[in-house]
Design a protein around this ligand. Structure first.
Ligand SMILES: Nc1ncnc2c1ncn2[C@@H]1O[C@H](COP(=O)(O)OP(=O)(O)OP(=O)(O)O)[C@@H](O)[C@H]1O
Ligand SMILES: [Mg+2]
Length: 219
């Protein structure tokens, strides 16, 4: 579904690329973990496949169409859902309105369906008493789960998440990974997660490590 061809990226110095000649394929209905030391370029890689930045070299294809051809704005709106390292919720809104707004903006199948948004949030442990509270008055872990719920309620087939369990305790980590596995297997989406936690990576269907400017497949 998503393919990189000869992908390379550097910030300032072409002689010091973060990664180069990356040829990977990510399939629908599968989950992928990306491991690697801090500063190796994991977030940068996600930002490329999320259409937030352009590759320096190579190209990215969604179902054989180049992101250049699709157009990055169009791609971000319809094809990809993102959970950032910092959550990037709509800050002045409640969890419920975060989901409803995301569904409206992206024209999702469930747009306008409050009951659906509520169920998705409840499934991630955001109880009824939190649904209408401003997200700025939620804990870090609760905000993280709202961000994950927001990606689940939209129709984008590709879900990328940057350390989605970084702020969660053990029980919530397990719950969130269960949800990501459901997104992959039941909703037939492609889920790509950056994580520092080997236990989280082990629960995904495939594992890669970014090291020495290359993605090494571990599974
Ligand atoms: N906008 C930027 N301009 C210049 N250098 C940057 C920029 N953003 C990140 N970098 C550098 O690029 C490298 C890769 O950063 P990136 O955020 O992709 O790493 P990461 O693997 O996600 O690390 P972490 O595990 O700590 O989140 C780092 O050395 C970082 O300092
Ligand atoms: Mg990072």
């Amino acid at each position: 579904m998503l393919r990189t061809e000869g992908l390379g990226y550097w910030y300032q110095d072409k002689e010091q690329p973060l990664f180069q000649d990356i040829n990977l394929e990510f399939e629908e209905g599968q989950s992928y973990a990306i491991l690697g030391h801090s500063g190796t370029g994991k977030t940068t890689f996600l930002s490329l496949i999320a259409g937030l930045d352009k590759p320096r070299e190579g190209d990215i294809f969604l179902n054989d169409r180049s992101l250049k051809q699709i157009g990055l704005t169009n791609y971000r709106r319809h094809d990809v859902a993102i959970v950032f390292q910092a959550y990037n919720l709509f800050n002045y809104m409640s969890p419920l309105n975060n989901l409803l707004t995301a569904m409206a903006i992206t024209n999702a199948r469930h747009a306008g369906d409050r009951g659906y948004a509520q169920r998705v949030l409840n499934d991630l442990g955001i109880g009824d008493e939190l649904l209408t509270r401003n997200v700025q008055r939620l804990s870090g872990g609760q905000q993280q789960r709202v961000a994950i719920a927001r990606t689940m309620c939209c129709d984008a087939k590709l879900v990328v998440a940057d350390e989605p369990t970084g702020n969660l305790d053990e029980d919530n980590t397990k719950e969130v990974i269960d949800q990501f596995q459901r997104i992959a297997h039941d909703q037939q989406k492609c889920v790509i997660i950056v994580t520092h936690e080997p236990d989280v990576a082990a629960r995904c269907d495939h594992q890669y490590r970014l090291e020495n400017k290359q993605f090494v497949q571990l599974d």
